[in-house]
Design a binder for this molecule. Structure first.
Ligand SMILES: [Mg+2]
Length: 298
């Protein structure tokens, strides 16, 4: 990070705790990964966090320019003119992935594509935050799924895990159901845990705990019951589709090691959800002395 001037005296106070949190998050998510994978994974999440912050804290025109430049880096594998430290960091990250996995590895290409989708979702998310009017859960889920980042997270997880299986299995749309349900679950947890912080910062419009509460005039308790019910539904759908994909592919895999790898890939979602949840529970900025959630009181 220091290498490209991403971490400097000015931002060190803000970024250092983030970076520490992210490295714990990655180790929690991939306990069996080798050191190089841990470093690459940490690199990815640091980039995504810093980039997200950049878009959050800049005017839309500047944000859009940054997004397009980042997309071009991923798409062409080349830096734009006068690259920023963050852009040099992004290309360095992809160069390292290419060294490890090969430039035209289909799983790496899939990861590139979902990363571009993620970039493309950032500005619509910002725009809708500024609009007035009611939010609905279906619009929310639709936008939040891109924004929460589970899909690129799964993409990089598969890249580290898939060594034996044919990557064509990833084209099955059942994976998409798993990504969507895992994304919804992470988003709902994020809303509950970040609710009070976002309320204080006047950044709560796209938080479902908030908009369901205000639109329906619900109490905190009623709102929690709603979130619980949504989570139950998402978990149920998740497990239905997880079973379907296991039933579909496991009988086609004759070798024990292939089956094990398949289960490891399915398990990536479990690790993502549990690591995200752990991270939210520990995040200092979500805690306060008088939180409505006992678990978040200091
Ligand atoms: Mg939030």
């Amino acid at each position: 990070m220091e290498q490209f001037g991403l971490l400097n005296d000015e931002n060190s106070e803000k970024y250092r705790p983030w970076f520490t949190g992210i490295s714990k998050f990655v180790r929690n998510m991939w306990p069996l990964a080798d050191q190089e994978a841990i470093e690459l994974g940490t690199h990815f999440f640091i980039f995504a966090n810093v980039f997200d912050d950049l878009i959050d804290t800049n005017e839309p025109e500047i944000g859009m320019k940054q997004i397009n430049r980042a997309i071009n880096i991923v798409r062409f594998g080349k830096l734009e003119d006068e690259p920023t430290p963050l852009e040099r960091d992004l290309i360095y990250f992809f160069e390292n992935l290419e060294v490890r996995f090969g430039n035209q590895n289909p799983v790496l290409n899939q990861f590139r594509n979902v990363f571009i989708d993620y970039f493309n979702g950032l500005m619509p998310w910002q725009n809708i935050k500024k609009l007035n009017g009611d939010m609905s859960m279906n619009l929310y889920y639709n936008m939040r799924n891109l924004n929460i980042g589970v899909t690129p997270n799964f993409g990089i997880g598969v890249l580290f895990t898939m060594k034996r299986l044919n990557s064509n299995i990833l084209l099955d749309p059942l994976w998409k159901c798993l990504k969507e349900q895992a994304g919804r679950i992470c988003a709902l947890y994020n809303d509950v845990f970040s609710y009070e912080k976002e309320l204080k910062e006047n950044d709560v419009r796209m938080n479902s705990f908030h908009f369901m509460k205000t639109q329906n005039n619900w109490t905190d308790q009623e709102c929690l019951e709603f979130v619980e019910k949504e989570l139950d539904d998402c978990f149920e759908q998740y497990f239905i589709h997880e079973n379907l994909i296991i039933q579909k592919f496991i009988p086609t895999l004759q070798i024990k090691e292939d089956q094990e790898e398949f289960y490891q890939i399915v398990d990536i979602f479990h690790k993502i959800v549990s690591s995200v949840l752990n991270m939210y529970k520990q995040k200092p900025k979500y805690k306060s002395t008088d939180s409505i959630f006992v678990e978040l009181r200091i």
